[in-house]
Structures are given as structure tokens and as C-alpha cells.
Design a protein around this ligand. Structure first.
Ligand SMILES: Nc1nc2c(ncn2[C@@H]2O[C@H](COP(=O)(O)OP(=O)(O)O)[C@@H](O)[C@H]2O)c(=O)[nH]1
Ligand SMILES: [Mg+2]
Length: 470
């Protein structure tokens, strides 16, 4: 089903824009040709002289015109097209936020000619009416869904130009070359002119920077995803070393069961948390050991899988007992760059020394001595995690990162492939008619990022992520 099926965009829409539940105020929004007429029908200002002016709040009551029943005391504001979010006439009614009040007012609006808005339909209208482009619409969703300061910062960047500004100069160069190619194809014979040397020279000059810019944008994708979803820290180790206790301390709550019996955690547990404003997903896993128990075997396999996927592996060693064979092999396998070693239970008498651990490591891996029980050296551990994020492995400075999502990434890839074919084609002396096809494809892919040539399926994918009322 496409987005527009059943959505008549000429109709006036209404929706509750705040989360439904008890609260101080709730907001109901309308947009469309009849937004003001419908609002006036059900709104009665306190002062009869009050006229509803652009963006001016007026106090009054929502009154059912049939029964004359007062439903709630509200503030109402009208906004006049085109100076609105959707570029259509809009109205907002601020009432008390209770499920019944909100629904009664909404019903009244529907009865007077509005229809319930689809998910994201206000933003969809803003897009279709040319107020925002697709990357900005995506930015709006990301602002709403942001789980951390870092992802909010990224969402705001997207909302204010982000990738659009990055691809504009690339499109300009491609368009310039295309213009000369098209001129060649269309009228070089009539004019007796050949533009081939002109566009070839332009391409030679632009190609390196075009490829470089596309690569740079695509490189940032992994970091963007990590910022959106959180960096995954997988806690691994042999049974009973304190993995679940570490998870609980990170989360500040008793999320995983902790007992003195080895093999308590048999499944993995994953939960998000913020550390110094950076989103992390902490994964507690089943202890790694040889076992005949089928459930434990599955748990071990899951742990190893999670460990491979991890952005950061937190390898936990019980420092209160001597290293065993299993731990020695985990240390030997420790992947440099993504591993941090925690010598836990440092509140107890030590049976494992730093030097001993280092002996088995093949390279420099940060080691921190902690106690999940007392919180000893906890700042050191969190500092190491944050440092890893900023370290070279993630390769991009978050400040200078241009927000990219999966959709943008695929289109950038399509554009790059088309440009590579174009380049190869020139070297093979292909005819201009064929060559220009690839350049056109690159252009279309880049333009689709901002939605210059919108496609219903793409719009539907994007706007279905929205909540109703935005
Ligand atoms: N003294 C001390 N005991 C700990 C510490 N961390 C965990 N424990 C204890 O070690 C046992 C196993 O802990 P748990 O978190 O379940 O380990 P897991 O099997 O690796 O998940 C429990 O009895 C915990 O109370 C610590 O830092 N110090
Ligand atoms: Mg456990």
C-alpha cells in the first residue's frame, strides 16, 4: 500500500499532537483549507471582541455547538498559510491533557469536517508543499526519536541542511558536465562544434574530489548508526566473575540476577544507557565455559556471536582467584582496539596481578581494576569506554560528522557506482549516448536524497515512522 492511498490531501486534518495521558496540557492540531472555519465553530473566546489573529493565543472554551456543553477551557491559536509548518492554514488548541478531554475535542473537530491525520501527515504536507525536503523530514523524526544529546545534535544538523548542503556542490559539478554532454548530443552537429574536450576536462578536474566527497560521506555512516542506536559494549568472561553485577552498576538498577552460583545468566541481556551523554547499549552475556548442558551451550554460542558483533568488548576477569585456562585463552584472543579488560572484585584480596594479565596479551589493551560491588575505579572504566568512542577506530570526529541514514547511504553508493562506470566508460571510449546514462543515474540518485524526484514507496517508508500528530 502506498502512502497516499486513502489520504486525500485536500481534506483538513486533525490529530492529538501530544502523548495521550494525564498531564498539564495537551495539544490538538489542525491543518488544511477548513482548519480555521472548523476551529471557529467549536471555539468560543472569553472576550467576545477577541479576534483570532496570526499566531496569537486566545483564551476561551471549546463548546459543542449542538448541546452547548462546555468541554474544556482552552487556548487557541490560528496560523495563516503560508507561514505555517505545513504551509496550509493551521490551528492549535491547547486543552487539559486527559484522554477523555482530548478525544472529545478531537471527535468534535472530526464531526465538523476534519479527518483524522495519518502518521506524519503534517510533515508530509510540509514536504509536499515545498517547505522542507526529505532530509529535513527525516531530521524531524530523528529529533523526536533522539535518545541522547549526541543523537539530538546529529538530528538538528540534519534538520538544518546536513547532507543536502554536502551534496549540492557535487550535483552542481555533475550538472555542468551533463549540460555539455547534452549539448553535444543535441546540437553539436548543427553548430559544428564539439564539446567533448570541455566536458572531459571538467570531469578530469572534478572526478577525484567527487569520489573523495562520496567516500567521506559514506565512511561516516557507521558512526552515525552507532550514535543513533548506541555503541554496543558486550560484557564477556567466564562464569561468576561479576559480569551481571557490572551491567547492573552501569544501569543503576538490578536488571540482571546476580548470585554466587556460576551459570546464573543463561541468556544475554541488553539495555541502553547514557554515559557522559553518549548512548551505549550494554550487553550482559552467559559465562564462557565448556559445558554439556544444552541451554548453557546455546548461551555460550550467543555470547561468542555477540562478542564478534560488539563495538567494544569488556572482558571481565575475577581478580580474587587465580587465572584459569579459559581466561588465559580469552586473554590470548583479546582483540586489540576493541577490548577493555576489567579486573573485577578488586575489593577482595588480589590473586591476579596486572603483569600476569599483560603477559598473555598480544598488544596493548587497556586494563582497569574495578569492583562492581563497591564501585571502585568506576570513573576510570567509563572514561575508557568514552575514550574508545573518540579513538581512531570510529574514525570520525562526531562534531564534523554529516548525518547519514541507511537510505542516504544506499543512494550515495548508487551514485558512486554510476560515476565509476562513467569513468571506466570514458577510458573505453564509449559513445556519449551511453556514457551520459551513467551520469544521469548518479544525478538522479543524489537528487533522490533530498526527494527532488519523490517516489511514493520512499515517502511511505519515511512517513510511516512518524507518530500521528506530527
Ligand atoms: N566482592 C565482590 N563480589 C562481587 C563483585 N562483583 C560480583 N561479585 C559477586 O560475584 C558473584 C557473581 O556475580 P555475577 O554478577 O552474578 O557474575 P556473572 O556470573 O559473571 O554474571 C556474586 O555473588 C556477586 O555478588 C565485586 O566486585 N566484589
Ligand atoms: Mg551473570
Amino acid at each position: 500500500m502506498t502512502l497516499f492511498e486513502g489520504l486525500d490531501l485536500t481534506q483538513t486534518i486533525a490529530a492529538i499532537s501530544t502523548p495521550v495521558g494525564m498531564g498539564g496540557i495537551g495539544v490538538i492540531r489542525l491543518s488544511g483549507l477548513k482548519a480555521h472555519i472548523i476551529t471557529r465553530e467549536i471555539f468560543s473566546p472569553k472576550s467576545p471582541a477577541a479576534s483570532l489573529k496570526h499566531r496569537e493565543m486566545v483564551l476561551g472554551d471549546v463548546v459543542d455547538p449542538e448541546s452547548h456543553e462546555i468541554i474544556d477551557e482552552v487556548f487557541t491559536v490560528l496560523m495563516f498559510a503560508p507561514h505555517t509548518y505545513t504551509r496550509e492554514d493551521m490551528a492549535e488548541i491547547q486543552c487539559h491533557s486527559g484522554r477523555v478531554v482530548l478525544e472529545r475535542i478531537l471527535k468534535l473537530l472530526l464531526k465538523h469536517g476534519a479527518r483524522l491525520a495519518g502518521p506524519g501527515e503534517f510533515t508530509l504536507r510540509a514536504f509536499l508543499n515545498g517547505r522542507i525536503d526529505l532530509t529535513e523530514a527525516e531530521g524531524v523524526i530523528e529529533v523526536i526519536q533522539a535518545q541522547s544529546e549526541a543523537s539530538l545534535k546529529m538530528a538538528q544538523k540534519q534538520l538544518h541542511g546536513g547532507i543536502r548542503e554536502a551534496i549540492e556542490p557535487l550535483l552542481k559539478e555533475i550538472n555542468q558536465i551533463l549540460t555539455y554532454m547534452e549539448a553535444d548530443l543535441d546540437f553539436s552537429e548543427d553548430l559544428g562544434m564539439d564539446f567533448t574536450p570541455t566536458w572531459s576536462a571538467l570531469w578530469e578536474k572534478s572526478a577525484p574530489s567527487l569520489f573523495h566527497a562520496l567516500d567521506r560521506l559514506m565512511e561516516g555512516f557507521t558512526t552515525c548508526q552507532m550514535i543513533r542506536e548506541g555503541f554496543e559494549v558486550v560484557i564477556v568472561g567466564t562464569p561468576n566473575v561479576g559480569k551481571s553485577s557490572i551491567l547492573n552498576r552501569f544501569l543503576g538498577k538490578e536488571r540482571a540476577i546476580v548470585t554466587e552460583f556460576p551459570g546464573t545468566t543463561r541468556d544475554f541481556i541488553e539495555e541502553g544507557t547514557l554515559i557522559q551523554g553518549i548512548p551505549f547499549r550494554i550487553v550482559d552475556t552467559a559465562g564462557l565455559r565448556e559445558s554439556q548442558d544444552p541451554v548453557e551451550k546455546i548461551g555460550t554460542a550467543q555470547s561468542l556471536h555477540k562478542k564478534r558483533q560488539a563495538d567494544i568488548v569488556l572482558l571481565v576477569i575475577d581478580a580474587a582467584r587465580p587465572l584459569d585456562e579459559e581466561e588465559i585463552s580469552l586473554l590470548r584472543d583479546a582483540e586489540k582496539g576493541k577490548t577493555i579488560i576489567a579486573l573485577n572484585k578488586y575489593d577482595l584480596p588480589r590473586k591476579v596481578s596486572l603483569q600476569e594479565v599483560e603477559e598473555y596479551l598480544s598488544g596493548s589493551v587497556p586494563i582497569v581494576e574495578i569492583s562492581a560491588k563497591t564501585g571502585l575505579n568506576w570513573e576510570k572504566l567509563t572514561h575508557l569506554l568514552v575514550e574508545k568512542i573518540h579513538a581512531n577506530e570510529f574514525n570520525q570526529d562526531i562534531q564534523s560528522l554529516i548525518p547519514i541514514n541507511q537510505r542516504h547511504f544506499q543512494l550515495l553508493e548508487t551514485a558512486k557506482d554510476a560515476l565509476s562506470r562513467f569513468d571506466a566508460g570514458i577510458k573505453q571510449n564509449l559513445e556519449e549516448v551511453f556514457l551520459s546514462q551513467d551520469l544521469w543515474e548518479a544525478k538522479r540518485a543524489l537528487e533522490s536524497i533530498t526527494g527532488k524526484t519523490p517516489d511514493d514507496d520512499i515517502l511511505s517508508q519515511i512517513f510511516h515512522n512518524f507518530c500521528v500528530g506530527k
